[in-house]
Design a protein around this ligand. Structure first.
Ligand SMILES: *[C@@H]1O[C@H](CO)[C@@H](O)[C@H](O)[C@H]1NC(C)=O
Ligand SMILES: *[C@@H]1O[C@H](CO)[C@@H](O)[C@H](O)[C@H]1NC(C)=O
Ligand SMILES: *[C@@H]1O[C@H](CO)[C@@H](O)[C@H](O)[C@H]1NC(C)=O
Ligand SMILES: *[C@@H]1O[C@H](CO)[C@@H](O)[C@H](O)[C@H]1NC(C)=O
Ligand SMILES: *[C@@H]1O[C@H](CO)[C@@H](O)[C@H](O)[C@H]1NC(C)=O
Ligand SMILES: CC(=O)N[C@H]1CO[C@H](CO)[C@@H](O)[C@@H]1O
Length: 491
């Protein structure tokens, strides 16, 4: 997404959950929902390039093609050096990564050529004329991996890079793709760095909010308890229509609260819980270079508000958190109507409000991964958005039934192997604060499939540029990945 488009979208939207233009995203449903993250756009020095790609890699009789966006940084490239391929994910590829990021430090030391390929259906990589469910049939991780394979093959031939060692990088969903690229195409990719990668698909992912509890508790044991009290009070008040006027004012809702269905209350409650989920997922990640606003809102800041008795009881503090987030992202009001959400998410236009990635990513969750962050566990602070709320969206948005979803998720694990990954030369960094580690590889599978556990860090922390205040274990993790790469590039 170009800077101007990105801004225009953010400014015009009354959509609460805004989209971001980053790589290690995690935003959309699953990788948290659509984020209330503002992105200014960086990396403008890197020219967009276009690669001719097949629409359907799994049908030899289908010759349709489209143009896929990619970026190149040859600043560090030395003759005979490796080729680093950064895998794009569930949002526009952000060229800021061509300018900053740990992978570039490795590239500099190893003389690597750096490429980044945008994921089909996101950003400017449009394989079809629209986002109808008929078009979205061509959106899957398998097609995306085949895109990567074809890109790798053609670039190797045309640029004389066939004898080079290729290394795949990715964080979050693209981290899984980096692992699966090595797994499914071992002849094309020599090694992978799969950061914060959920390799196991699951319809229900209640562990996400359990980690949110623990991550809040790691700041202050009282913090998640206060959040739970506030959330319980809100749930109680929602039962009384007389209280709805106050709730409307408290949370600055765009229109007077009405709750015609369970979906509406679930959507409201999930939106408000999202304030905490987003902050936990990206706690202290060094994302400024991506142009992300609001990175100074940390777990410490939220727990500070929750502990501030001068604001009133836990409910009033929860309200204060919601207002802090809205002020940070310059949002005038919060649109929490499920109908509006459906209207936006069923718009099939590339100019539509869901096209920033939301409509596409939720489709992938409904047809491949699930990853629904439900409130089904007793050991988490929130209430009111159980699994059926998430599953029903698959039917409402794409006519995908609960049975079809369950089969699709099982098939994803059958196809990739889930935790039971059999290959070599993949490193799996994970952060203890990051809720996604619950679906990741967190223990060495074999000496050739090592995990790197980073205590105290959030989603994809090791991918971001180093800072002086980084935890020593984060610095060590970056160094360890480098040592592995050095070793593997000699094999
Ligand atoms: C709404 O808030 C006002 C002021 O905070 C309070 O006096 C009133 O009792 C509340 N109304 C309901 C129905 O809870
Ligand atoms: C990003 O890279 C540019 C150019 O190398 C540099 O000036 C800037 O300080 C970097 N930003 C971060 C956050 O590392
Ligand atoms: C975050 O940074 C912005 C801009 O620098 C500042 O206005 C705001 O007060 C900061 N918020 C917190 C909670 O520190
Ligand atoms: C989809 O979104 C576009 C851009 O916002 C808008 O012009 C169009 O009317 C919307 N389509 C429908 C069916 O609502
Ligand atoms: C939804 O899916 C069902 C079962 O596959 C099918 O019979 C029905 O026609 C579909 N409805 C729409 C609107 O596509
Ligand atoms: C939270 C978690 O599961 N962390 C694991 C990450 O991986 C290391 C192995 O390098 C394990 O020791 C940690 O337990």
């Amino acid at each position: 997404m170009a800077l101007a488009e990105c801004r225009a979208f953010l400014c015009n939207s009354t959509f609460f959950l805004l989209f971001l233009c980053v790589l290690c995203d995690g935003r959309f449903k699953g990788f948290r929902k659509f984020h209330q993250v503002k992105v200014l756009g960086r990396g403008a020095d890197f020219e967009e390039q276009w690669f001719t790609q097949k629409l359907d890699h799994f049908n030899g009789a289908d010759s349709r093609i489209w143009k896929q966006r990619y970026f190149v940084n040859d600043k560090f490239h030395q003759a005979g050096g490796p080729v680093f391929l950064m895998i794009g994910g569930e949002g526009p590829a952000n060229a800021a990564w061509m300018e900053n990021g740990t992978w570039l430090i490795y590239a500099q030391k190893l003389g690597a050529l750096c490429l980044m390929l945008e994921h089909r259906f996101y950003g400017k990589s449009h394989p079809t004329v629209d986002l109808s469910t008929d078009s979205l049939r061509f959106l899957s991780s398998r097609q995306a991996l085949a895109d990567l394979a074809h890109f790798r093959t053609v670039m190797a031939e045309s640029q004389g890079l066939a004898q080079r060692m290729w290394v795949a990088f990715g964080g979050s969903y693209p981290g899984s793709l980096a692992a699966w690229f090595r797994l499914k195409y071992p002849h094309l990719v020599h090694a992978s760095v799969a950061t914060s990668a959920p390799v196991h698909a699951a319809v229900n992912f209640p562990e996400y909010l359990e980690v949110v509890w623990r991550s809040l508790a790691s700041e202050n044991a009282e913090c998640p308890l206060l959040v739970k009290k506030a959330s319980d009070t809100l749930l109680e008040r929602l039962k009384d229509p007389e209280a709805w006027d106050n709730i409307t004012k408290d949370f600055r809702l765009c229109s007077k609260l009405q709750l015609p269905s369970d979906m509406d209350s679930a959507y409201l409650l999930e939106t408000l819980a999202g304030n905490f989920m987003d902050v936990v997922q990206y706690n202290q990640d060094n994302r400024e270079f991506e142009g992300v606003v609001g990175t100074n809102i940390t777990i410490k800041v939220l727990c500070g508000v929750m502990a501030d008795a001068s604001l009133g009881g836990p409910y009033e503090r929860y309200v204060a958190v919601a207002r802090l987030m809205m002020d940070t992202f310059s949002m005038k009001c919060l649109d929490t109507g499920y109908d509006n959400y459906l209207r936006d998410m069923t718009n099939t236009s590339w100019d539509g409000p869901g096209a920033g990635g939301g409509r596409q990513w939720v489709y992938q969750t409904c047809t491949e991964f699930g990853f629904y962050q439900s409130t089904d566990s007793p050991n988490q602070p929130f209430g009111g958005f159980p699994l059926p709320y998430h599953v029903k969206q698959c039917a409402d948005l794409y006519n995908v039934s609960a049975e079809t979803l369950a089969e699709a998720v099982a098939q994803t694990n059958e196809y990739y192997g889930g935790y039971n990954i059999h290959t070599t030369r993949i490193v799996f960094p994970n952060g203890s604060i990051d809720p996604w580690h619950a679906l990741g590889i967190t223990r060495d599978v074999t000496p050739d499939l090592p995990a790197v556990f980073i205590k105290g860090t959030a989603h994809c922390a090791n991918m971001y540029p180093a800072r002086s205040q980084d935890l020593p274990q984060l610095t060590m993790a970056r160094d360890y990945v480098f040592i592995l790469l050095q070793r593997w590039l000699k094999q």
